[in-house]
Structure formats: structure tokens, C-alpha cells
Write a protein that binds this ligand. Sequence first.
Ligand SMILES: [Fe+2]
Length: 317
Amino acid sequence: MFGKIKKINILDRNRIDYSEIDKELKVELTILGGLDIFTNAHVLGVANNTQKICDAMDLNYNVTKQCMLGAYLHDIGKIKIPSSILQKQGKLTEEEYEIMKMHTIYGYDIVMSYDQFRYLAPIVRQHHENLDGSGYPDGLKDDQIAEEAKLIKIADIWDALTARRQYKVGFPASKAAEILISDIEKGKTGAKYLYFLLMSVIKQIQDRYEGNRDEYLKLQQDVDVLKELDKIYKEIYDRGYTPGLAKKLDRYELSPGYDMTTNTNLLSRNLAKIETLEKVLKEDSDELAILNTQLKKVKSLIKKKEWNVKLFGEEVL
Ligand SMILES: [Fe+2]
């Protein structure tokens, strides 16, 4: 049923120049004048997640660019929400929440007033709609919700759950995935875009894991050498400088005045780094194990009708 997924090989494809997209988007968005959406951490986070989804789906330059423009604009209506509500640390009251929800309609009005952004209006208005009709502002269901809004919604929720901010620590990816999987099972959200986002997130953690593992192995080798040197110098200290020990030292091409304190410092610094890396490697490998199981689960939750859809009028996948 999902034969088409198999052709996606995240390692083997024509890379899109994302910095070029960014440049073009900055030009297009200058039309908004003083609205500096490029400094808003949430907007940047959503744009980044959107890029990850597009990348994992192997979308072309144009569709990717349009999705990212949608990501940059999705919350533009928040400029009309009082900052007392926007920046409130605690839970919003019911009344405040109703005002907050208005950002979708305000945003829709804003993008509709620019001819070149009109096609993004569904994203801006519908990115808080749920498949079961429980979302806002219009309570739309299933196919009534624009496909592009469904994509941005996943990027949006993922940022809200995982991003670290001054006032909060983010959830680990596996916890965010768990929450979204439960939303899928409740029928609120589709599984497809989470599937692609997870693919990208897993690859990122995998890359980090491999980089750290290489560094770990290299440090281990260094430590072996440093320990060996330590032993030789202790022997020299105890027994004097014998030809045998001189030969051993030759292997390391050290100058006669080599400073043992440097050696000892280096050794303890490397051992400390190794200890930290061991912890990080363990965390990442545990996280990867959970995420890979979740990826399989999410794949099994993708409904047939979620495939063969168009994004911005173009067939994708
Ligand atoms: Fe929003």
C-alpha cells in the first residue's frame, strides 16, 4: 500500500539550497515592513521543522519555498493579540484563550490583504483545525482542511513541544512524538507529516550520535597513549633512564624536556570528556531506540487517503 515511501532515500538525493530559499523569503517578506518575523524564536522553529518535513519528503524547491513562507506567516495574526495575553506565563483564562484564538482570523485578514500572499491564507487560518472538527476557528473537518495547513500544524506543535525557551525546557523528541501519536489515535491529526518529521529528526540524532561516537573512540585512543606515557615516566622516575625506556619513548617522538604535568592534565581532561560523552551517547542511543519504534507505529497509522495529495497544486510523493 505504501510502495511509494520506499523510493525515499534520505541520503541520496539532489540537495536543495536552503540558504537560497531563505534569501528569497527574506526579500518576499520585506513587504511586511516593520514586522520582524525573523527574530521570533517560535516562527523560526516552525520554519525549521517545516524545512525538515519538506526535506524528508524530497519536495522540490518551489513547493518547499511556499511551505516555508507559510511557516513564516502562520502566526502573523498574533501581532494583533495584546502582549499581556501573548506573553502570559501561566494558563490563559477562558476569555483570554478566546482572544488568543483570534490570531488565526486576524492573520487570515492580513495575508489576504497582500495579493502575493493570498494563496497562503488557508495555512494561516486553518493551522489550528483538527481532523475531527474540534479545532478552531471554523471547526473544519478532514478534507475541508487545506493540506498545507496540516503540514504546518505538525511543524507548529513540534516546536511548541520540543523547543527550549528562557521560561521552559523542551520535551525530548520521543515525548513529543508520544503526545502527537495520541492525537493521531484520537483522530485529531493525520500521521503522514509526523512520519516525515520523525524521519528527519531521527537522522539528525543519528548523525550527532555517530559524530560523538567517533570523537569518543578517538579520545579513547589518546587516553591509551597518555596512560602508556604516564607509565613510562613513572618507571623513569623509579628506575632511572634506561635504554629500554628510551626506546619506548622514541615511539612517541617526544622532546627530552617533555612536561609530565601537561600529560597528566591532558589525561584527566580527556577522561572527563569521555565520561560526558558516554552519558550523551547512552541518552541518544536510548532515544533513537524509542524513536525508531515510534516511527514504525506512525507509519502504520498513516491512512490511505493521506497519500496522493497535492501541495500548492503540485503532486507530491
Ligand atoms: Fe498559531
